[in-house]
Design a protein around this ligand. Structure first.
Ligand code: DUT
Length: 173
């Protein structure tokens, strides 16, 4: 018996009647793979919006996030333009995936039902916003964008032997 919460029930509609229903490949997996129902070829640097053949009705208080697959990223340079894509609970349309080929040289080809992304379903909080004149203090304050020794302190064009330098970032650790 594995510990953990009960799975949440999610209604799914196959927009493409032949698309396989998503399943978790391993018990501890956070995401289910999404496939493309349309073949596509992407030259280096190109992007495309691909259909997945499924539509969901997520319970209120949940959202689904479309994440890249690390294998595709490492092997082919393929990621998502808007990673992670947000699927709202109220969205009833087909889930689409904004794929981009970041490889500088090689095109990539997807056949029908190739896995192109993964979908992570999560509970999400709703905020009630209260406007104030001053926010309470904190250790970080307004520091961000490299304030702990990151790239911003180098200026835009700082390079070491032709590479963008991460030395200041290491020093900040
Ligand atoms: O990767 C994604 C991201 C979003 N969506 C769908 C579900 C989501 O609920 C809807 C709207 O997404 P988002 O709010 O990110 O898009 P927007 O550009 O802000 O459009 P809108 O004005 O319709 O909210 O599009 C996808 O199918 N795939």
């Amino acid at each position: 018996m594995t510990a953990g919460r009960e799975p949440v029930d999610v209604l799914i509609r196959r927009v493409d009647p032949e698309v396989p229903l998503p399943t978790y490949a391993h018990p501890g997996d956070a995401g289910v793979d999404l496939v493309t129902t349309r073949p596509a070829e992407l030259p280096p640097g190109e992007r495309v919006v691909l259909p997945t053949g499924i539509a969901l009705a997520l319970p209120d208080g949940y959202a689904a996030f479309v994440h890249p697959r690390s294998g595709l990223a490492a092997r082919c340079g393929v990621t998502l333009v808007n990673a992670p894509g947000t699927v709202d609970a109220g969205y009833r349309g087909e889930i689409k995936v904004n794929v981009v080929n970041l490889d500088p040289r090689r095109p990539v080809r997807f056949e029908r039902f190739d896995r192109i992304a993964q979908l992570v379903i999560q509970q999400v909080e709703k905020a009630r916003f209260h406007e104030v004149a001053e926010l309470p203090g904190s250790a970080r304050g307004e520091g961000g964008h490299g304030s702990t020794g990151g790239h911003a302190s180098l200026g835009d064009r700082e390079t070491v032997h032709g590479y963008a330098s991460v030395i200041a970032d290491r020093e900040g650790q």
